[in-house]
Ligand binder design. Sequence first.
Ligand SMILES: N=c1c2ncn([C@@H]3O[C@H](COP(=O)(O)OP(=O)(O)OP(=O)(O)O)[C@@H](O)[C@H]3O)c2ncn1[C@@H]1O[C@H](COP(=O)(O)O)[C@@H](O)[C@H]1O
Length: 116
Amino acid sequence: MNAPESRDDVLAVLAEVIASRRASSPDQSYVARLLHKGTDAILKKVGEEATELVMAAKDGEADQIIYETADLWFHTLVLLEQFGLKPQQVLAELARREGVSGLAEFAARSAPPPSP
Ligand SMILES: N=c1c2ncn([C@@H]3O[C@H](COP(=O)(O)OP(=O)(O)OP(=O)(O)O)[C@@H](O)[C@H]3O)c2ncn1[C@@H]1O[C@H](COP(=O)(O)O)[C@@H](O)[C@H]1O
């Protein structure tokens, strides 16, 4: 796939476009239509796109995996907008986890409380 160069601000810019679509007509904007349909419709799309990504990964086709991941991320951004959230908040959560091993975090969560 000859993908165009990516930019660091793609998620932020796309989130702004998605937020701006609240003022658009559902007849003229896919995002406006989805937001207008409401949370259940958005959740349905996120579930569908997640399933399509799983199937693409099972097939092992790199181009398809990228395409379906983009679909999933896009619909996840619509979901965040529906709840008044920004991708920067998710990126901040990932940044907070930097350097914290998933195994260590799980062990800390699973440890029994200290005896009195
Ligand atoms: N990144 C995307 C994007 N990715 C996927 N899609 C749309 O998501 C839809 C759902 O994908 P599917 O594969 O499920 O297609 P489908 O079966 O036809 O969809 P359904 O009828 O089941 O809903 C398709 O219509 C895609 O075109 C997107 N639509 C919009 N964007 C971005 O959002 C911006 C605003 O879009 P509008 O609100 O339409 O102006 C655009 O400029 C783009 O930057």
